[in-house]
Design a protein around this ligand. Structure first.
Ligand code: PMP
Length: 409
C-alpha cells in the first residue's frame, strides 16, 4: 500500500485553502485533481516539443508524434489491450460512446433490432443510443436496478436475446458505488451474437481494468477523471470492429486518398482521429497512467474500498439518512439523501467549510426516478483522500442539519 501523505504532496491543489479552510476535495467522480507529474508533462511538451503530429518531417513534429504515440502505447498497456491500434483518442467517454453509436450503429442497427442498456446509465451511454435507435427504427430495452443497487441479472437473462445487437453498461456507477458484472453481461451478449460496450468512465480511474478479461468489444474512458487533463479520452475497441466501422468525423488525417467525389480511409486508429488532435492532453494522459501504474491499481482500489465503506459507516450514524448502493465492497462514490436538507443547500453549506461535493441528478435522471428522489448529495473519493476528510464531511453534514433544523423549529 502507498503512503497517502506522500501521494498528497504530488498534488499542488490539495494545499490550497477555500476561504480560511483547507480544501477537502470530494468531487472526484466529476473530475479528479492532477499530480505534478502530469502538469510537468504538459509544460515540458509546450516548452520543448510543441508541433503538429504525423504530418511534419521537422524535429519538433517527430518528437511530438513520438510522444503522442508513446501515450497511446501507455494507455493500451494500462487497459490490458494487446494491440496499440485498438486505442482511439477522443475527447472523453461521451465522444467515445457517440463514436460507437454513430459509426457502428449506423451500419449495423436495423428496424426491429434491440440495444439493451441499464436503468443506471449515465446520460452519455443513453442519449447516443436513443439517437442511434431512432435513426434505425431499433428499440432500447433496460435491465432494472434492484433495491440494493445491483443489476437484476435474472431480468438481464430474459432481456438479452436474439434481437439484441449490443449491450451497453456502466462498469462502475457514478451514483450507486457499485461495480457491475460486465463480464457476465458480455458473455450473455456474445451468446446471442451481440456486442458489449462498457462505459468505463468511473472504473478506469479506480479499479484494475483488463479489456481482455472483461470480454467486452468496446470500452470508453475519460482522461480527466483519472488524473489526466480535460479534453482527452479513449475508445478501446476490438481492432476488427474498428476496421469494419465507417469513420465518425471526416477531415484531415483520417484519410488515405481524397478525390473530389470520394475518399478512402487511413488505417486504424487514425481513421477515427480527424483533424488536429488533443496532442498535449494525450501526452498528459500518458503521464497520468504512468502515475496510476506506479501506485498500483490494486492499491488504489483497496484504498477507495476502505474509504467508501468507512464513509458509508460514518454517514449511517446520521438519523434518517438514505445512502444509495451497497454497504460493503463498494467504490468511493457515496450518494446520500437526508429528509430534512435539500442536497443543493447541503453542498452549499459544505462548500463554506471548504468541502467540495456535488448535488443533483449526476446525469442519471432515469436512475433518480428509479430511486424516488429528484437529486442526491454525493461525495466521491480518490486515491489521495483520507479518513480525516471523511470525518470532516460527516461532521459538516451534521452541522448543516442542525442549522436547517433550527430553521424548521
Ligand atoms: N459515464 C459515467 C459513468 C460518468 O460518470 C461520466 C462523467 N460524469 C461520463 C460517462 C461522461 O464522461 P465525460 O463527461 O468525461 O465525457
Amino acid at each position: 500500500m502507498y503512503d497517502v501523505r506522500q501521494v498528497r504532496e504530488d498534488f499542488p491543489i490539495l494545499k490550497r485553502r477555500v476561504g480560511d479552510r483547507p480544501l477537502v476535495y470530494l468531487d472526484n467522480a466529476a473530475t479528479s485533481q492532477k499530480p505534478r507529474q502530469v502538469l510537468d508533462a504538459l509544460t515540458e511538451y509546450y516548452e520543448r516539443h510543441n508541433a503538429n503530429i504525423h504530418r511534419g518531417v521537422h524535429r519538433l513534429a517527430e518528437e511530438a508524434t513520438a510522444l503522442y504515440e508513446e501515450a497511446r502505447r501507455k494507455v493500451a498497456r494500462f487497459l490490458g489491450a494487446p494491440d496499440t491500434r485498438s486505442v482511439v483518442f477522443t475527447r472523453g467517454t461521451t465522444e467515445s460512446i457517440n463514436l460507437v453509436a454513430y459509426a457502428w450503429g449506423r451500419k449495423n442497427l436495423r428496424e426491429g433490432d434491440e440495444v439493451v442498456l441499464t436503468e443506471s446509465e449515465h446520460h452519455s451511454n443513453l442519449v447516443p443510443w436513443q439517437l442511434a435507435a431512432r435513426a434505425a427504427g431499433a428499440k432500447l430495452r433496460f435491465i432494472p436496478v434492484r433495491e440494493d443497487g445491483a443489476l437484476d441479472m435474472e431480468a438481464a437473462e430474459q432481456l438479452i436475446g436474439p434481437r439484441t445487437r449490443l449491450v451497453g453498461c456502466i462498469h462502475a456507477s457514478n451514483v450507486l458505488g457499485t461495480i457491475n458484472p460486465v463480464e457476465r453481461l458480455a458473455a450473455l451478449a456474445h451468446a446471442h451474437g451481440a456486442l458489449m460496450l462498457v462505459d468505463g468512465a468511473q472504473s478506469a480511474p479506480h479499479v484494475p481494468v483488463d479489456v481482455k478479461s472483461l470480454g467486452c468489444d468496446f470500452f470508453a474512458a475519460s482522461g480527466h477523471k483519472m488524473l489526466g487533463p480535460t479534453g482527452v479520452g479513449v475508445l478501446w475497441a476490438r481492432p476488427e470492429l474498428l476496421e469494419e466501422m465507417d469513420p465518425f468525423l471526416g477531415g484531415g488525417e483520417m484519410i488515405r486518398e481524397v478525390h473530389l467525389e470520394y475518399s478512402t480511409w487511413n488505417d486504424i486508429p487514425y481513421k477515427f482521429e480527424a483533424g488536429t488532435m488533443n496532442i498535449a492532453q494525450a501526452i498528459g494522459l500518458g503521464a497520468a497512467v504512468d502515475y496510476l501504474s506506479g501506485l498500483g491499481m490494486e492499491n488504489v482500489r483497496e484504498h477507495e474500498r476502505h474509504l467508501g465503506e468507512y464513509a458509508y459507516r460514518r454517514l449511517s450514524e446520521l438519523e434518517g439518512i438514505t445512502i444509495f448502493g451497497p454497504e460493503k465492497d463498494r467504490t468511493g462514490v457515496v450518494a446520500f439523501h437526508l429528509p430534512d436538507v435539500h442536497p443543493h443547500d447541503l453542498s452549499q453549506l459544505l462548500d463554506e467549510e471548504g468541502i467540495a461535493t456535488r448535488s443533483g441528478h449526476h446525469c442519471c435522471q432515469p436512475l433518480m426516478r428509479r430511486l424516488g428522489v429528484a437529486a442526491t448529495a454525493r461525495a466521491s473519493f480518490y486515491l489521495y483522500n483520507t479518513e480525516e476528510e471523511v470525518d470532516a464531511l460527516v461532521e459538516a453534514v451534521q452541522r448543516a442539519r442542525e442549522f436547517f433544523g433550527a430553521f424548521a423549529r
